[in-house]
Design a protein. Sequence first.
Length: 101
Amino acid sequence: MKKIALVGLLIGTGMLSGCASSMPIGTLYTDLKLPISATGAQGKKEGTAECKSILSMVATGDCSIETAKKNGGITKVSNVDWEANSILGVIGTYKVRVVGE
């Protein structure tokens, strides 16, 4: 019984003592759309780049702005946004969206 109480205490302490991150990530579920940068100019083209993670242990893909620009045929960037979707850290999808000309 003492071992179960100790494990519960360690898990609870770990969950409550985490540092605040620069982006809001949910432990159980995450579905976010966040801005990275914007110039205020309007763009007609859109390109995306995507990465995936499995069990928060393996991550693959290319989420670079350059890849998103290439995928959308964009040479002049006006906006860059970031999207994240993760359930329990089991499967996550991360996307960079670039808008421009």
